[in-house]
Design a protein around this ligand. Sequence first.
Ligand SMILES: Cc1cc2nc3c(=O)[nH]c(=O)nc-3n(C[C@H](O)[C@H](O)[C@H](O)COP(=O)(O)OP(=O)(O)OC[C@H]3O[C@@H](n4cnc5c(N)ncnc54)[C@H](O)[C@@H]3O)c2cc1C
Length: 385
Amino acid sequence: MNFYLTEDQQFIRKAARELASKEIRPRAAEFDKKAEFPWDNIKALAEYGYLGMTAPEEYGGMDADALSHTLVIEQVAWADASTAVVLEVHNSLVIEGFKRWGTLEQKEKYLPSLASGEVIGAYALTEPNAGSDAAGIETTAKKQGDKWVLNGRKVFITSGGIAGIYIVFAVTDRSLGKRGISAFIVEKEFEGVSFGPLEEKMGIKSSATCDVLFEDVEVPLENLLGNEGEGYKMALAALDSGRIGIGAQSLGLMQAALDASIKYAKERNQFGQPIANFQGIQWKLADMATDLEAARLLVYQAAFLYDEGLKTNKRYSKEISMAKLFASRAAMKHTIEAVQIHGGYGYIREYGVERLMRDAKVLEIYEGTSEIQKLVIASSLLQES
Ligand SMILES: Cc1cc2nc3c(=O)[nH]c(=O)nc-3n(C[C@H](O)[C@H](O)[C@H](O)COP(=O)(O)OP(=O)(O)OC[C@H]3O[C@@H](n4cnc5c(N)ncnc54)[C@H](O)[C@@H]3O)c2cc1C
């Protein structure tokens, strides 16, 4: 693996940083306070083409590699984690899904509007009784004549109600267990699709999260994504890409925590000197920066391996889970430390670090909890030996 970013990757990182600093960061606190969907941010990102980062050029996308995508998510999360998760799900789970499993007709129909950002994508796997155990989903899809009919309820869906296109996982043959799950492209406007109220969350408050309900929703046969019965395999493969995105989100949050902590430690005087002079504070900064660099190497490596795997048809789930596990854990730990470095002011909204701490917690939960990442890593280790 080459440890240096290519010129293109350096350029994309710099451009994303500029946009994040200028457009996204200044609005993050207000969107969080109002728990309002960050449309202005999404529009700004769309204008620069980032909504189509992973889409092929012929559909209006950038066709960026996974590392470039990672660099952009990192910069956006540095500015606002809520905006970053919308972008991440849209690119890593939805566009990537179309790219990998979509038919030519599906790509032609759906990718241009996703790539331009005219339509946002969502990924609907989790259900009330099936979170970590995704094979336990109960939503059904029954073939009736020239259509599939979907019934069920998905929970915690990022961009629920906002998104125009949903990749929905449903059971097509219960007798086959996880081999009886398939994926469908469902449009918001299909009759029988409805949405629950927005969840009131601890963090990433300005991203929209809600139930998505399906009542006798008729889906054309041609909207089956991938092969019938391969939905579970596809859901996990898509999460490989998504988990790199969550790792990138973790990096952005940690960098924001480190930046704020260094600035504050130099400015705040106690005992007649800046608190940055105290070794107790210096050690926190050193630990934060070291974990951030270690996480960065793991996440960038995961992105690099993901692309290699697409070329060689090999999955690197162990390395990807390691990156997500380590980076999300470090982000949680160090955003708490950032609050500690800020003392009482850290607990006050105005200083912004409490938002980083609230936003960080979900990194250890969504797209597979830390416990599930450990199961992926351990099962891979045990198979290898
Ligand atoms: C803000 C937010 C946004 C989300 N966005 C989406 C989305 O867009 N699409 C989507 O499909 N889902 C989404 N999710 C759902 C998310 O992926 C799930 O919440 C997550 O996978 C965990 O499932 P669960 O909440 O049902 O927890 P559970 O699976 O019930 O887990 C509860 C606890 O038990 C532990 N546990 C479970 N099984 C094991 C085991 N075998 N060994 C050890 N420990 C175990 C878990 O680690 C956890 O600590 C989102 C969730 C949140 C909070």
